[in-house]
Design a protein. Structure first.
Length: 304
């Protein structure tokens, strides 16, 4: 049994007229009659009772009409699903992200992706940049949102944005009410940092900025989560340099101050395997991320 034959039969059964069915199917009436006769021979049963005045379904034809409609509907659904998958409209997209991207970049991009392509299921995994790059190379992740990466063998690294770095401190700190400070102004401060082995690329970038300002970055205290670092700063135990998106975390007595140094920025990039660059779902994500992160209207306003 071929789907084409089944579709011919259902159309004739719905029209109860070979001429109208042929017009609907855009084929010649004799050809349609031949196909139905061939179909009946293959099934070894009559599907229609034909007279010179009318066409009626046999008992077997009535059963096949109900089943045929179901089969054709399922076939059409399967075809549509395959076409959607081929165009990246459905499927699973595995996205990794660094923790500092969780407040702005990930929510904004995933919301936009799900709005544009609701059939795409998103699986999110928080991981360091280096772990993401390894997972992408191994095929365990499709896309990674990473920081401070120029190149990695076999992986395309596409910059999304240059995010300013800021310094967080207690509201009573002498620098807390300044519009901006330079990293050199922090020379004698107690620095709160994350362990280098956890986020080595961002740590090394901040350490290089301190070196350029004439001093060495030395941690007075470490914490493995950004909210913990900010909590320690709010407790007046030191200062911490973090990406600007962390301004979204509001703690009592915590102040964020802009860093005036031109180099005090962090590059956020999307990483994906070079041999998967043409996969539709990845292309959709790249297009949406690029638009969303460069559109000021897409950014959440800061509370008054």
């Amino acid at each position: 049994m071929e789907l084409r034959q089944l579709r011919y039969f259902v159309t004739v059964a719905e029209e109860m007229n070979f001429r109208r069915a042929a017009e609907r199917l855009l084929i010649a009436q004799p050809a349609l009659s031949q196909q139905i006769s061939k179909f009946e021979k293959e099934l070894r049963t009559a599907l229609f009772e034909r007279t010179t005045r009318r066409v009626e379904l046999t008992d077997a034809g009535r059963v096949l009409l109900a089943e045929g409609r179901r089969v054709l509907a399922e076939a059409d659904h399967a075809l549509a699903a395959v076409q959607q998958a081929a165009h990246g409209e459905v499927g699973l997209l595995r996205i990794g992200f660094v923790s500092s991207a969780a407040l702005r970049i990930v929510p904004a991009t995933v919301r936009a992706l799900q709005k544009a392509w609701p059939g795409v299921q998103v699986e999110l995994s928080e991981a360091t940049t280096d772990r993401q790059l390894t997972a992408i190379a191994d095929g365990a992740l499709d896309i990674g949102i990473v920081r401070e990466v120029d190149r990695f063998e076999g992986i395309v690294v596409r910059p999304l944005m240059r995010e300013p770095l800021i310094v967080a401190m207690h509201s009573s700190h002498p620098l807390a009410h300044r519009t901006s400070v330079r990293i050199a102004d922090l020379r004698n401060e107690r620095f709160l940092t994350f362990p280098r082995q956890q986020v080595s690329r961002l740590y090394d970038h901040i350490a290089a900025l301190c070196h350029q300002a004439g001093f060495r970055l030395e941690a007075a205290q470490e914490a493995i989560q950004f909210p913990t670092l900010l909590g320690l700063a709010a407790a007046n135990t030191g200062v911490t340099i973090v990406p600007e998106s962390l301004r979204a975390l509001h703690l009592p007595e915590l102040r964020y101050v802009t860093l005036a140094d031109p180099q005090a920025v962090s590059t956020v990039s999307v990483a994906y395997r070079a041999d998967r660059r043409h996969i539709p779902a990845i292309t959709h994500f790249l297009d949406i991320a690029s638009v969303d992160l460069t559109d000021p209207e897409s950014q959440d306003p800061e509370p008054a």
